[in-house]
Design a protein around this ligand. Structure first.
Ligand code: GLC
Length: 421
């Protein structure tokens, strides 16, 4: 058939063009999350007679945001559905389709209220919760037992004492590269998550309080940061200041680490067949400071699905988001991964409970998790967080003292909050 005839025929049946939906999903570089999302989204699309294109994204939250902001600035219809971090709803809101008319109020009640509140910006439902996240302490149960400890550390001092002793013992037994504690210390959003946990667990607040006041100039913040600085090179490898989550997980998974701070996704990977630590580890709440005012603090994380306001196929895009956040799919996910569900009903399912007995701990941690100050700082959160992770990173590498960092952070955060855009 000649080309002219082809085009004439296509023009005669414009409705026959297949719908192409583009989903910017979780990164394929982070422990199977991207690959899983792509697989289930493609399977759904095939059933619907839709074509799905999966847009892979960088592993680091900040880099994903920078990428998405380019599409948003251009009001681009090239991405229909975005996976957004729990800290972005204010930034994303102007570019989001309001999901309120598309969702059933009774069904919405199944989601954790903290996420729904978080995802509502000036009355607009910006996104639906895809998976929940909160910081956890992973520990080697076998090693703690071998060294005579019958419980994971409850305070940071306990963690330090256990880490020092086991590290020394394991190195003496020949594992020269053994370390006590790994976490993500690179200069990026992941470090803000850790810094919040250190500070809040010392009773030092949340940098900016819910009323928008800058509260970080207090001695507990200095103590928390100075403590983390001491870990580097002592119980944590010097390279920890260049780690993201996956670096910490790889080290822990290879069996040369006692404690790790990480998110729930790591659990399934650590338990997979062939993992050297399979069956040897457990999770607990992160330690607190032993001083009065100390509390267990986990940073609230999590990813949400948003439909672009510039999408050419909003109906189909909403259907995809509803499918990806449905109870049935979250239950299916529970069979294959350890990402935490965002719906309460999924935790109550007896089959799910049998698969993940540790979700009892995870759910408790999640429901008492500490939010980063993103709701109160809104579109300026990004700059607030940059001020935090820049300064904290300089403390960890020894460039600034904790006192200097606190002063610098306070100046930068006040400035960021003054400039209303
Ligand atoms: C996890 C959390 C997210 C956080 C990120 C930082 O993906 O879910 O909220 O911003 O880690 O690395």
């Amino acid at each position: 058939m000649n080309l002219v005839l082809w085009f004439a025929l296509l023009g005669a049946f414009p409705g026959k063009d297949p719908v192409v939906l583009r989903l910017a999903g979780p990164s394929s570089a982070v422990g199977g999350i991207g690959a899983w999302t792509r697989r289930v989204a493609e399977a759904w699309a095939r059933q619907q007679g839709i074509q799905l294109e999966y847009i892979d994204t960088p592993a680091k939250s900040d880099e994903r945001l920078a990428l998405f902001q380019q599409y948003w600035a251009a009001r681009s219809p090239d991405i229909d559905v975005y996976t957004i971090d729990v800290i972005w709803p204010a930034l994303a809101a102007p570019h989001a389709l309001d999901l309120t008319p598309y969702v059933d109020t009774a069904d919405l009640r199944d989601f954790f209220p903290v996420y729904l509140q978080n995802n509502r910006v000036e009355g607009k439902l910006v996104a639906l919760p895809f998976y929940a996240d909160a910081g956890l302490l992973y520990y080697r149960r076998d090693l703690l037992q071998a060294y005579g400890y019958d419980h994971p550390p409850r305070t940071w001092s306990e963690l330090e004492a256990m880490a020092e002793r086991v590290q020394k013992g394991e190195r003496a037994r020949g594992d020269r590269d053994f370390w006590g504690f790994v976490w993500q210390g690179q200069r990026y959003e992941g470090l803000t998550c850790n810094a919040l946990e250190w500070v809040a667990s010392h009773g030092g607040g949340t940098f900016v309080d819910t009323g928008g006041r800058v509260t970080l100039e207090n001695p507990q913040v200095v103590k928390a940061l100075a403590r983390a600085r001491r870990w580097v090179g002592w119980i944590s490898p010097p390279g920890v200041t260049a780690y993201i989550e996956e670096d910490a997980r790889n080290l822990f998974q290879n069996g040369h680490v006692l404690f790790m701070r990480n998110w729930p996704y790591a659990y399934a990977l650590l338990s997979s067949s062939g993992s050297p630590v399979r069956g040897k580890f457990a999770v607990a709440v992160l330690p607190r400071s032993a001083e009065p005012g100390g509390r267990h603090a986990a940073t609230l994380g999590g990813w949400q699905l948003m439909v672009s306001r510039y999408s050419r196929h909003p109906e189909q895009a909403v259907a995809l988001v509803r499918y990806l956040t449905s109870a049935a799919l979250q239950k299916q996910r529970a069979r294959e991964m350890s990402l935490l569900p965002t719906r309460r009903s999924v935790y109550e399912d007896p089959e799910v409970q049998r698969m993940h007995p540790w979700w009892t701990v995870a759910r408790k941690v999640l429901t008492s998790a500490v939010a980063r100050p993103s709701s109160v700082t809104g579109r300026r959160y990004n700059r607030v967080s940059q001020a935090i992770y820049d300064a904290v990173h300089r403390v960890l590498t020894g460039e600034w003292t904790a006192e200097q960092a606190v002063r610098q952070m306070a100046v930068r955060i006040r400035k960021a909050l003054r400039h209303r855009r």
